[in-house]
Design a protein around this ligand. Sequence first.
Ligand code: NAD
Ligand code: UDP
Ligand code: UDP
Length: 323
Amino acid sequence: MIKRILITGGAGFLGSHLCDRLVKAEQDVICVDNFFTSQKSNIKHLLDEPNFELIRHDVIYPLFLEVDEIYNLACPAAPGHYQFNPIKTTKTSVMGAINMLGLAKRVKAKILHTSTSEIYGDPDVHPQPESYRGNVNPIGPRACYDEGKRAAETLMFDYRRQNKVNIRVVRIFNTYGPRMHPYDGRVVSNFIRQAMAGEDITIYGDGSQSRSFCFVDDLIDGLLKMMNAPDELCGPINLGNPGEFTIRELAELVVELTGSTSKIISDRPQPQDDPKQRCPDITLAKEKLGWEPQIALKEGLAKTIDWFKSIDISQYRAPTPNY
Ligand code: NAD
Ligand code: UDP
Ligand code: UDP
């Protein structure tokens, strides 16, 4: 059966890959985006497809459509992007969730919300299972994103309890791959861009903080599996790659894979509230979805570097200051 599927944030990094997959699967795809952190080049190749439609719209305002499924991705995701206009970030998370849940309730659509590992803040439990309630600073510079996403999860579960909306909540851990914004300030895009330009590679702090990096194709598999899972599996469920690396190890790997002459420097301060370690416990996703990542960091980074080499970085707007 052909479904009408709304993807908010559909022109972004993850959203555009999801659009690709669902257009290819011959579903009827509606992409909604206000292009705050993305550009049309991500979805340009889809514009002539008969089963793809683009709507420029800001999800903090109501949206009336008839759809069967909603993937709610609209939200700036990189720290530099979400801290650029923090009030707007909270509005997008919270008001965007309310509007999409109102829409889901009215048309009885299934709705999947992309939450985040930032729900866990700077975690004191490692690795992080879904049952961990987190260590979030509610008034710090990351709070607009972390608390916005936490409030969106609350709304998802209250609409389920109060209005019987069919919900799915996934908590995504650091994901990378082609179509990351080259100037989003995230660690993978920064290091690859710096290595390719022969510039210093900027480690913040001493580089001992860790992250777990998931390649985008694996993550999209997880989103699709979650949307198509039995209704009782509403989540939250962690999606991420449990391979854990320090930021220094990542810098060294990027230098090796690019063959760069860049120096790795660590004279920059670590940002406030920067989580010291992060690694998903994906036991639930393995058991309930039969999902686990297939692409190791080295292989995924090589694909990402190939993509960075194929684009003209000067065509990308730097939407936010990027130090
Ligand atoms: P992205 O910035 O590339 O994509 C977000 C998209 O949402 C962009 O196209 C942006 O223009 C759009 N958008 C932002 N505010 C909007 C608004 N008010 N109305 C309409 N559109 C709006 O980021 P991404 O990495 O693709 O992230 C997608 C989703 O996944 C986000 O909700 C993010 O929080 C979540 N997530 C991503 C990661 C990751 O590592 N990439 C990790 C955890 C969670
Ligand atoms: N909403 C929307 N599209 C719809 C239905 C609702 O954008 O198709 C918005 C609506 O404007 C409201 C929000 O979703 O602001 C929440 O809707 P709900 O019905 O839960 O609440 P209410 O309208 O009663 O405040
Ligand atoms: N980081 C870094 N150099 C950079 C960009 C980021 O050392 O040029 C560090 C950052 O301090 C954090 C980690 O890399 O510890 C991941 O940062 P990112 O912004 O990619 O995502 P986060 O997981 O913090 O949301």
